[in-house]
Design a protein around this ligand. Structure first.
Ligand code: C5P
Ligand code: MG
Length: 160
């Protein structure tokens, strides 16, 4: 009989001029990007935590500390792939991912399919099993004022 586990992930990064804006490994055209020790892919980080969370394997900072020079500028899809492999070592396979990116601008909907395809390839699931949604913060708070971007994700894992 199959065992199912769900896991929740959340992340935030400050916006910064002169930095890339990467979401799920896809470069978004914008006059600013996201600051961080790694490549600051806020969506990949939230999904990585959702997968680790489903398997009770700790969190992203435990596996990839931001004080470790090995992860400076790291490709976050590699961290995500590593989380999938850690889960597989416990016998868990991914069923689906749902996610939301909260960013005031630019409009992201035209990137949706590309981001889903990039994530699907990374985690080894069909694109139909990867959902990516976008929201503004209605100009309110740090995200709404354009000072940061957030992402939320949930992952369902199956064992057996
Ligand atoms: O935040 P709000 O409800 O106004 O977003 C409306 C729609 O705009 C969302 O459903 C989403 O498809 C799109 N959106 C987007 N890029 C963003 C924020 C929202 O494409 N940065
Ligand atoms: Mg992060």
């Amino acid at each position: 009989m199959s065992e199912y586990r769900s896991g929740l992930g959340w992340d935030v990064h400050r916006t910064a001029v002169g930095r890339p804006l990467l979401l799920g490994g896809v470069a978004i055209a914008a006059e600013f990007g996201l600051d961080g020790h790694s490549d600051a892919d806020v969506l990949a980080h939230a999904i990585t935590d959702a997968i680790l969370g489903a398997c009770a394997l700790g969190d992203i900072g435990m596996h990839f500390p931001d004080t470790d020079p090995r992860w400076k500028g790291a490709d976050s899809l590699k961290l995500l792939r590593h989380a999938v492999e850690l889960a597989a070592a416990q016998g868990f396979t991914l069923v689906n991912i749902d996610s939301t990116v909260i960013l005031e601008r630019p409009k992201l909907k035209d990137y949706r399919l590309r981001i889903r395809e990039s994530l699907a390839e990374c985690v080894g699931l069909p694109v139909e099993c990867i959902s990516v949604k976008f929201k503004t913060a209605e100009k309110v708070g740090p995200v709404g004022e354009g000072r940061s971007a957030e992402a939320q994700a949930i992952a369902l894992m199956q064992r057996g």
